[in-house]
Ligand binder design. Structure first.
Ligand SMILES: C[S@@+](CC[C@H](N)C(=O)[O-])C[C@H]1O[C@@H](n2cnc3c(N)ncnc32)[C@H](O)[C@@H]1O
Ligand code: SF4
Length: 388
């Protein structure tokens, strides 16, 4: 896989009740921000040597990339192409909010070179959308996804499990609405409310609207079964796709493929080092305007330790439905102290991990792989803690 680029777009029309991403209401600083991103891209031209060339994925995430003027995204793409080069079939994804996907909005996104949309739907039930403070209603979201599929073909939708008022039936209804519209990819996240004071307050006053952990797990299991049966098997803990429609960009994060991040709060991995840009928009604007780097932390992957690096590779690979090659897994197990190795054995005995015959390189049968079981996916944090 070639490297990719992530570009953060920190503007939204309205701040949703549950969101903890780096995103501001309004876009008054849009022009200045994209000038900063352009300067950041140009300042990193020295990295465009050796392997960090010929990007085959660009991901505009947010915030709400569909909310800003399309010419801004076009400018970023042409800067990236000029500095780093693109491969012949670069996947260009933009996250989008349903209300921006008017016929004109869709045309603009296509014309600038976006070829994959990731639409934040969250739910197709009005009573569930309103406590989330989404701008769209269910009918608007449904229409937007149908139109997006018609215009792009390659469309993903985000849903959340456990939104206030959701039941298994309404979740199933939201899923069916998206499948009928023809999405080829779906991301489903368990709602987290710890950093969302409005939802914490709602849960205190109306606890019955919220699912407990067991109910969340059951909803996840049903969703997983339903999507597999509909021809979108799970390929990562939170992602399902029709075969061939997996997100090329997101696969890079789980296979330790370099991704350079641009913009406020963006993270980069260049193959050996991980770095993070400042999470403050004011600071990002100031630094890029003054010709300073926006990077605030940088460390060698695995802090230079070969074992830590390999552990990280296995932990990330276990997120994938295909898991990791047995040989990499066993190498780590052998290098662990006896007590830690036996906790891994316990995870197999408890049915959280399994060893299976899987397709090897080029799809050849015979290579053994270790992967999370479905129960293991639900307790994945417990399994990952074995590798920390
Ligand atoms: C960067 S965000 C949103 C993209 C776009 N701005 C939107 O709202 O449609 C990507 C996805 O993360 C998920 N997400 C955001 N906050 C979450 C939370 N507190 N708990 C679970 N999932 C969350 C949502 O499904 C969201 O669509
Ligand atoms: S969920 Fe999306 S639209 Fe809502 S505040 Fe977060 S990034 Fe913005």
């Amino acid at each position: 896989m070639n490297p990719g680029a992530y570009v953060h777009v920190p503007f939204c029309a309205h701040r949703c009740a549950y969101c903890s991403f780096v995103a501001l209401e309004g876009r008054s600083e849009e022009k200045e921000y994209f000038e900063g991103v352009e300067r950041e891209i140009r300042s990193r031209a020295a990295e465009a040597v050796g392997v960090l060339r010929d990007f085959d994925s660009v991901y505009f995430g947010g915030g709400t990339p569909s909310y800003v003027d399309a010419s801004r995204l076009r400018g970023v793409l042409s800067n990236l192409e000029e500095v780093f080069g693109f491969s012949s079939d670069t996947e260009v994804t933009a996250e989008a909010n349903p209300d921006d996907l008017t016929p004109a909005g869709l045309l603009d996104l296509r014309a600038l070179g976006v070829n994959r949309l990731s639409v934040g739907v969250q739910s197709l039930v009005d009573a569930e959308l309103s406590p989330l403070e989404r701008r769209h209603d269910a009918a608007g979201a449904r229409r937007a996804v149908w139109d997006a599929v018609k215009a792009f073909g390659n469309v993903s939708a985000d849903l959340m499990i456990g939104v206030p008022g959701q039941t298994r039936e309404t979740l199933r209804g939201s899923l069916d609405g998206l499948l009928e519209a023809g999405v080829s990819h779906l991301s489903a996240y368990l709602l987290e409310i710890e950093k969302a004071p409005k939802l914490v307050a709602l849960k205190r006053s109306r606890p019955g609207l919220f699912a407990d952990d067991d109910e969340m797990a059951d909803r996840w299991l049903e969703l997983d079964e339903h999507l597999s049966a509909a021809g979108l098997p799970r390929y990562e803990i939170s992602n399902w796709a029709r075969p061939g429609f997996e997100s090329r960009h997101n696969l890079k994060y789980w296979t330790l493929t370099p991704v350079l991040g641009f913009g406020v709060a963006a993270h980069s991995f260049d193959g050996t080092r991980r770095s993070a840009n400042t999470g403050s928009l004011a600071e990002y604007l100031r630094r890029t305007r003054d010709g300073l780097s926006p990077v605030v932390t940088s460390e060698e992957n695995g802090e230079g330790s070969d074992l830590l690096r390999k552990k990280e590779g296995v932990m990330l690979g276990l997120r994938l439905a295909g898991g990791v090659p047995s040989c990499s897994f066993e190498e780590i197990r052998r290098s662990l102290p006896a007590a830690e190795a036996s906790r891994i054995e316990d995870a197999f005995l408890a049915g959280l991990l399994e060893s299976v015959e899987g397709p090897g390189a080029g799809g050849l049968a015979g290579e053994r792989r270790v992967r999370l079981t479905r129960r293991g996916v639900l307790l994945s944090n417990e399994v990952f803690s074995l590798f920390l």
